[in-house]
Design a protein around this ligand. Structure first.
Ligand code: FDA
Length: 378
């Protein structure tokens, strides 16, 4: 074995694929029972509908190198992501655009009129001196739109009143002064034609790649553990950086999600893939309906059943799946200390979402793995 990779998410699999193609023998371990990290998906058994196990995953990128690379393993559908939100029992398009504004104010403003209105409403606070997330939200889009679409949704995401959240949590709140409600602005977007898991498995399908599932790097009863391997061969580690160092510099904080999945006896539950719930009286943040990610599979999917998943957000404990870095000032100090420690770990390369304590979209994880491969490992 020439290289050990801890974690079979997109970061680890990209390194594995590149290394195998260059003739190296690679072992990939993952503590989960499946490959693919958080991008893993599987067919819900009763309906055959593909469900993204760790929350909805939409592929999008403007990076030509990444787009060329991912197309070696899968074709993409022409799915275009759009999100709607339910506020007080009325459905509005997101991100906030001219359609949202005109529906909300029961108006027919032109782009210039809507812009002038938002600017006038936003005058209540100044972005530069906003003391907390609430003041910044109002300074960016004005109180009425902030209170309808941002305040309670943010409070549910963070289990915290936005008045008690730092202003830096949001840098901007994009408002589009036209009717474009495409969620992503990237050059390329789509979903893998035969699902995420088929794509992930093709990346790992090489005689030089040995994948060991249900294998934890910190479990000394298995041979590919930290104690036995560090210093013996190059390692790419994509697990949590604080866990690697046994939390000596404290725990980095994360938010996690709880998912409540249900098979509903109707052909179409909400008419779209993602519906946010903006208000405080609904405990979940959004509902996914997976059949709508693949309209091209209509003839395969049942017409009398559908799969929905309600999503709840909360702070993670050590036992939970870490999803989004919280990034408090204390976390940033801890991260710097871990980065210093990481420099001293000869032959261990920290990468990916957990290894660098950064939210990374799939194309970013793949792009940064391609760079690590060519700059540090090749
Ligand atoms: P990832 O977390 O996927 O993989 C790390 C792997 O390491 C895991 O499989 C884990 O089990 C393993 N591991 C950890 N500790 C270990 C140990 N001690 N021993 C062995 N294995 C260990 N992106 C996007 O482009 N579009 C989208 O719509 C979304 N949506 C989305 C929703 C949600 C809820 C989340 C949390 C994330 C997204 N993403 C996304 C981001 C996407 O999931 C992310 O880019 C990839 O997971 C990054 O891949 P990594 O390989 O870095 O981590």
């Amino acid at each position: 074995m020439d290289l050990l990779i801890v974690g079979s998410g997109f970061f680890g699999l990209t390194i594995a694929e590149r290394a195998a193609a260059a003739g190296r023998k690679v072992t990939v371990i993952d503590r989960r029972h499946h490959i693919g990290g958080n991008a893993y998906s599987e067919d819900e058994p009763e309906t055959g509908i593909e469900v993204h196990r760790y929350g909805a995953h939409l592929f999008h990128t403007s990076n030509a190198t990444v787009w060329e690379y991912v197309n070696r393993f899968t074709a993409f559908t022409d799915y275009v992501h759009r999100v709607y939100t339910n506020h007080k029992g009325v459905v509005f398009p997101l991100p906030i655009n001219l359609g949202t504004i005109n529906q909300f104010f029961q108006a027919a403003h032109s782009p210039a009129e809507a812009m002038a209105l938002v600017q006038e409403l936003a005058g209540e606070f100044d972005v530069k001196t906003a003391a907390n997330l609430e003041e910044k939200g109002i300074a960016l889009i004005g109180r009425p739109l902030y209170e309808a679409f941002i305040r309670d949704y943010t409070a549910k995401q963070w289990q915290t009143d936005p008045k008690d959240l730092p202003a830096e949590v949001i840098s901007r709140l994009p408002v589009r002064y036209n009717y474009d409600n495409r969620y992503f602005n990237d050059t390329w977007e789509g979903l893998p034609v035969d699902g995420y898991t088929a794509w992930l498995e093709r990346m790992a399908d090489h005689p030089n790649i040995d994948v060991r599932l249900s294998t934890d790097f910190f479990d000394e009863s298995q041979p590919f553990n930290k104690q036995a391997t560090v210093g013996q061969l190059p390692i790419v580690y994509t697990g949590p950086v604080d866990r690697y160092f046994d939390y000596v510099e404290g725990e980095l904080s994360w938010r996690t999600l709880d998912f409540e999945e249900e098979v509903v006896p109707v052909g179409d539950y909400q008419g779209t893939s993602v519906m946010n719930y903006a208000d405080a009286d609904v405990p979940y943040t959004r509902v996914h309906e997976f059949r709508h990610f693949h309209p091209e599979r209509a003839d395969r999917y049942p017409t009398d059943k559908t799969v929905i998943m309600r999503e709840f957000s909360r702070f993670a404990t050590r036992e939970d799946e870490p999803y989004y870095p919280v990034n408090t000032p204390q976390d940033r100090t801890g991260l710097l200390a871990y980065r210093e420690l990481a420099k001293g770990e000869d032959g261990v390369h920290f990468g990916g979402r957990l290894g660098t304590y950064q939210y990374l979209d799939m194309h970013m994880a793949i792009g940064s793995a391609l760079s690590m491969w060519s700059n540090q490992l090749a």
